[in-house]
Design a protein around this ligand. Structure first.
Ligand SMILES: *Cc1c(COP(=O)(O)O)cnc(C)c1O
Length: 482
């Protein structure tokens, strides 16, 4: 290789703007586009199908030369912005999606500008995440030794909880040795989210090692059945190690008897994990918090700030009571990650000690800013309001002779259907029509085999009038289907 002699010969490779003033002007314009977007959500369809030319635009290969920012923004406004899923819209009622906020959007910009790596080291972004962890710890009355961290979502948090519980049961040496024929088994209700099954697959324990415990008519796990299954497994030589309670099932928002589960778990020596993806944050509402009694006794809780807390995607979280057990599952001692007492390598333990990721983005900032901007009381009121809206919708459904409620409404999820001789087909049709017409986006699920229109009210922008519009449209579409 030629000796390095003249730095002046090097090409200019920085990616900063050539002209900061024109970048600033374009950046302000882009911010205006997004503020206008959020301020006028109601005026647009919730969702619209993408035309072929839009889909085809994404087939173009990577450009080898630069495009002006203005043109890129033009593509975004033409091809992306109008064709998003629509979960920011007040009548997006499908699955369990958060609506996001204007403040959350700004936080994403700040985090992007800072480009912080939260794997570890000693810098203020780490303190922001630690502060949010303490807020979460306090919310659930967890002890000072509890640890937590931001992850992508509850799928990841539930998976990590399985790993922590498994490592706590078998001892840290299992990380080296792997399974030595121990027949570990875990328990969750038949209404548990599918990601719990997947967590068992990913952990290597296998989904067959997840026992699905039957639920009662209230969609809550039957505790006597759990106790029977644990005893039976033990008698057959299995090693029960974990029970996963649901705080807000995805179907109907049901909350398991968490205090009862805590009792069974402590009696049987099981790790008590709670999938509280959205429901756990009902703890922010004084009216709803009692429904979650017992959550403070969990060994770990998975939750999502991107659902009921309205933080932008993604912002999942895992909270673990026993910080040593948490670190025991993930911490390593690589020399290039050596910690020091001073300098930028201080600040141990690092977040990489508590999860599989080393490089981690600054998810904490959008939650920190959301909580500061609105305060926990107002955020709790938003959660409470969505549940009141759900109760009001359920009430209307029960008063409409053409409609029938298919599951009890525990929180913010209402499952119902249009009565019809061919109900599954007709209700599926109604939901597709609503989605494609852009008026509202409910989703579907199956309740005891029957296809249900499922309305999950998560979005803080949803109003009673939006739900009236929805029901009117369902009655209309149902009548036409006859
Ligand atoms: C959304 C949800 C999950 C999955 O969480 P992600 O953030 O989508 O990974 C798990 N359990 C329940 C009950 C949920 O609502």
């Amino acid at each position: 290789m030629a000796p390095f002699d003249d730095a002046a010969d090097l090409p200019e490779t920085t990616l900063d703007p050539d002209d900061w003033a024109s970048f600033r002007a374009e950046a302000h314009r882009m911010l205006d586009v997004m503020v206008d977007h959020l301020a006028s959500l109601r005026e647009r369809p919730v969702w619209r199908p993408m035309p072929g030319e839009v889909r085809r635009a994404f087939d173009a290969p990577a450009p080898s030369s630069p495009e002006p920012l203005e043109a890129i923004d033009g593509s975004f406004e033409r091809l992306v912005l109008p064709y998003a899923a629509g979960n920011a819209h007040p009548r997006f009622l499908g699955w369990v999606h958060g609506g996001g906020t204007a403040v959350g959007m700004l936080a994403e910009m700040m985090a992007g500008g800072l480009n912080a790596n939260l794997g570890g080291r000693d810098h203020a972004p780490v303190l922001v995440e630690r502060q949010v962890i303490r807020w979460v710890r306090d919310l659930f009355d967890f002890p000072a030794g509890a640890t937590g961290l931001f992850v992508t979502g509850s799928s990841m948090a539930n998976f990590m909880a399985v790993i922590v519980a498994k490592t706590a049961r078998l001892g840290r040496q299992t990380r080296e040795r792997g399974l030595q024929g121990e027949k570990l088994v875990a328990y969750a209700s038949t209404k548990a989210h599918s990601c719990v099954t997947r967590a068992m697959e990913l952990s290597g324990l296998g989904s067959a090692a997840l026992r699905l415990v039957p639920v009662g008519p209230d969609h809550r796990m039957r505790l006597e059945a759990l106790g029977d299954m644990v005893r039976e497994d033990r008698a057959r030589g299995f090693l029960p190690f974990l029970v996963v309670g649901s705080a807000g099932t995805v179907d109907a928002g049901a909350i398991d008897d968490l205090a009862g589960l805590a009792g069974v778990a402590s009696r049987e020596g099981l790790w008590f994990h709670i999938d509280g993806a959205f429901g756990s944050l009902a703890r922010l509402s004084p009216r709803l918090a009692p429904l979650l009694a017992g959550i403070e006794r969990a060994d770990s809780i998975a939750l999502d700030f991107h659902k009921w807390l309205q933080a932008p995607y993604d912002a999942g979280f895992l909270l673990v009571r026993d910080g040593d057990a948490h670190a025991g599952a993930f911490a390593t001692g690589a020399s290039y990650l050596a910690r020091s007492e001073r300098g930028l390598s201080a600040g141990a333990p690092w977040f990489t000690d508590f999860g599989p990721d080393l490089s981690r983005g600054f998810r904490a900032l959008k939650v920190w800013m959301t909580i500061k901007a609105f305060g926990t009381r107002r955020l709790g009121e938003v959660i409470d309001r969505t549940c009141r809206l759900a109760a009001r919708l359920a009430d209307r459904v029960e008063r409409e002779p053409a409609l029938e409620l298919l599951a009890p409404v525990a929180l913010n999820v209402v499952c119902f259907r249009y009565r019809h001789g061919d109900a599954d087909r007709v209700n599926e049709q109604i939901v597709l029509e609503l989605q494609e017409g852009g008026l509202a986006v409910p989703s579907t699920t199956r309740i005891d085999g029957a296809l249900a229109i499922r309305v999950a009210i998560v979005n803080h922008r949803c109003r009673a009038a939006d739900l009236d519009l929805l029901v009117d449209a369902i009655l209309d579409a149902g009548a036409r289907a006859r």
